[in-house]
Design a binder for this molecule. Structure first.
Ligand code: BGC
Length: 411
């Protein structure tokens, strides 16, 4: 018997993203970066492009009733303005396959990888980039709209911008190296004179602004095309907290503004719902030590509740688009999921409208700059044979979906 307080019709599932699982994508910026040996090669990945039906069978068998996945822009629009009908047909098959299994599709239109032509013409720094993106989104929704109602425009805009323009670990690898003020001023002056400011923090802010515009343009265009579609943005929220001291409270306030609110304030009105990706909790002045994932990220599942409450201020329905961990030996995942779901349930009980929960990820996959070594999957993938093996935690998640949660100690 279910002990849930989750509302009737709540959706449960797992998420994936095209480049991380499909395989065979060679015309995007990540593939190009791999050819230049700047990031690991993705190759055939999990071969999900051909094995999606088998993977959806697994999801269904694990009690899921929804699935989040993304469309590869470079497949749909391999050349600027030229759309590939065969690839649309592929994603129509994917959607039919989900629906046939009773899995409600959540479609993400852009999850980090860009067509090479788009980056060659200046990427997000081009003034018409938001319109170009909106045109792609409109095309996809026009073609898939009869098979899916839920669309997210952009996945994790701030993670994308900071990894590309501050940390310099993702394409286009613009790393910010702190330099003294005099150098910064002269660089900006010189570049302004040449009317191309490339100083990375400045460009980073420009990219953020462009992504907010891209979401807003895509939102308006999709709603015009298909008014009934639910159009959302997926925001990674790092929950910044403090030990209560004045200085640390100030730090946490500033970081929450910088990372979450300053972006969400620009898009929060033009969205039907908001997806939360939750992975990080950072408390200034914290003396506690936390158990770690294989990526050495602190495991703090219950703070997802704060992440949801932070987004609730925009007054839109929410869903958990991602929460998960790298745990190759599957010793921590089951407790992590239970405790995460329990925290989500508390927020639901407070009356906040939450509609779905997607664990990241259904399958082990290509973890960006970290390659294939990190294992986030409910299902293990053997990259030599492509065999899938369901991990025990996937059954624990099924149990949670069916019967509700009791918190696990130690996670
Ligand atoms: C992204 C995923 C990624 C996961 C784990 C999120 O930032 O949306 O693509 O694999 O976190 O790092």
């Amino acid at each position: 018997m279910s002990t849930h307080t989750f509302p009737e019709g709540f959706l449960w599932g797992a998420a994936t993203a095209s480049y991380q699982v499909e395989g065979g994508i060679e015309n995007c910026d990540w593939a190009k970066a791999a050819q230049e040996e700047r990031v690991p090669v993705c190759g055939r990945a999990c071969d999900h492009y051909y094995r999606y039906a088998e993977d959806f069978d697994l999801a269904k068998g694990l009690g899921h009733n929804a699935h989040r996945f993304s469309i590869e822009w470079a497949r749909i629009e391999p050349e600027e303005g030229k759309f590939d009908e065969r690839e649309i047909e592929h994603y129509r098959d994917v959607l039919r396959s989900l629906r046939a299994r009773g899995l409600v599709p959540y479609v993400t239109l852009w999850h980090f990888t860009l067509p090479v032509w788009f980056t060659n013409r200046g990427g997000w720094l081009c003034t018409d980039a938001p319109d170009v993106f909106a045109r792609y989104c409109t095309f996809v929704v026009r073609e898939l709209g009869d098979l899916a109602d839920n669309y997210a425009t952009i996945n994790e805009p701030i993670v994308y911008a900071s990894n590309g323009w501050i940390r310099g670990i993702w394409p286009p690898f613009q790393k910010f190296a702190p330099v003294d003020l005099a150098t910064i001023v002269t660089t900006v002056e010189r570049e302004r004179a040449a009317s191309r400011i490339r100083w990375t923090p400045y460009t980073y802010l420009k990219v953020r602004r462009s992504l907010a515009r891209a979401h807003n343009s895509a939102y308006a265009a999709i709603k015009k095309e298909r008014p009934r579609a639910d159009v959302s943005i997926v925001k990674n929220v790092i929950v910044y907290d403090s030990d209560g001291s004045l200085l640390n409270r100030l730090k946490a306030w500033l970081m929450n503004r910088h990372w979450t609110y300053s972006f969400m304030d620009r898009v929060g009105k033009q969205t039907d719902s908001i997806g939360l990706n939750y992975y990080f909790y950072k408390k200034f002045g914290d003396t506690a030590t936390y158990d770690k994932t294989d990526m050495h990220w602190d495991i703090v599942p219950h703070e997802i509740a704060t992440g949801l409450r932070m987004l609730a201020r925009y007054g839109k329905p929410l869903y958990v688009a991602e929460a998960g961990l790298a745990d190759q030996h599957d010793t921590k995942r089951a407790a992590y999921i239970k405790n995460t779901v329990q925290a989500v349930e508390e927020v639901v009980r407070d009356g906040i409208d939450i509609r779905a929960f997607f664990y990241w990820s259904l399958l082990d996959n290509y973890e960006w700059a970290a390659g294939f070594g990190q294992r986030f999957g409910l299902v293990e993938v053997d990259y030599d044979t492509l065999a899938r093996t369901v991990r025990p935690s996937a059954y624990a998640y099924r149990d949670t979906i069916e019967h509700g949660v009791r918190a696990e100690k130690g996670a």
